[in-house]
Design a protein around this ligand. Sequence first.
Ligand SMILES: NC(=O)c1ccc[n+]([C@@H]2O[C@H](COP(=O)([O-])OP(=O)(O)OC[C@H]3O[C@@H](n4cnc5c(N)ncnc54)[C@H](O)[C@@H]3O)[C@@H](O)[C@H]2O)c1
Length: 342
Amino acid sequence: MVTIPFDTTKSSTVYVENGREALSSVLGEVFSRAKQIAVVVDEAVFTLYGNYFNGVFSDKRLSFFVVKGGEKCKTLGTYERIVNFALSLGLRRNDGVIAFGGGSITDVTGFVAATYLRGVTFASVPTTLLAMVDAAIGGKNGIDFGEIKNCLGTFYDTAAVYCDLDFLKTLPPRELESGYGEVIKYAFLGARITADEIAAQTPSIKLVSECIRVKKSFVSVDYKDESTRRFLNLGHTFGHAIESLSGFTLSHGECVLKGLALSLKVAKKLQGLSDENYARAMKLLGVRGHDLSCPYTPKKLETFLKYDKKFDGSAVDFITFDSELNAVTDKLTLSELVGAIR
Ligand SMILES: NC(=O)c1ccc[n+]([C@@H]2O[C@H](COP(=O)([O-])OP(=O)(O)OC[C@H]3O[C@@H](n4cnc5c(N)ncnc54)[C@H](O)[C@@H]3O)[C@@H](O)[C@H]2O)c1
């Protein structure tokens, strides 16, 4: 097992393991004061792993609230149902909440845990690659409201995150590949992972823990996402535009990779990225055979770029690369950005 420890920010300890050998001791410690625990679980995960917590808590009442996972569960309606469930159990501040599922479940459950009675002890057991390396790490939670994704949410960290890679054996291939989109992004942000490790059939403990280490390194210096944490958005400016234009039919990770490919094009045009480094980077992006082409014209993309959270009305704080392939920021107008990918 690899343990990535608690650090000086509110960033929780993360455990990465094949199997649930250490689950009992990790969660036993986190919830030592709890009399009961509410587990919010993805429906598909409950069907496959409904017995996962059997024998883990000998002295606590465990109650499950089953939610159909996916983006559509990140609503006020789900939030309200989980709160009603907690109230019906008589869940108190010393008790606990566990999120058991992918990023949609960790997001909505984290928001309940942060706000119910002004905050109860919260742990995550993520079951998708994307949630293990990204969504469950770093304290952000939230739900969508109207058309706005993650409109309501807080920064509230888990007491512990337990990543059991055995869950990935049942993950649909499309979901696994979506997670790899973020994994490959981390390779450009300092994760010590090789192309061979990324190309391997299943993710290793080393691969997952390296991605988490990199995410935590950004979160620990900028927990509230005011400066350097934004580097984690590498590939996301174009990626989000592509995802929206596709009507969310393309997966998030796939769009991040397409977005990264466009960012490399920008870096070649505006930051002096050499042909050699460009080719090297494109090879790494394509190591798992993802389609890196962008199905939309620069003009179409432009209409969505203004919704980027790094756009201030006239320019975007765009995350790009310098000549040596280090991630850097450059303030670019939308026409500069779009002009660079034509
Ligand atoms: N808070 C953050 O910092 C952060 C960061 C990145 C993404 N997110 C959020 O994460 C969400 C996406 O998360 P996701 O990609 O994990 O998707 P998800 O939670 O929607 O799960 C994807 C699908 O996989 C299924 N599934 C989950 N685990 C499984 C398993 N082990 N076996 C079989 N099926 C399984 C689910 O039922 C679901 O259908 C988005 O809402 C995004 O906004 C949050």
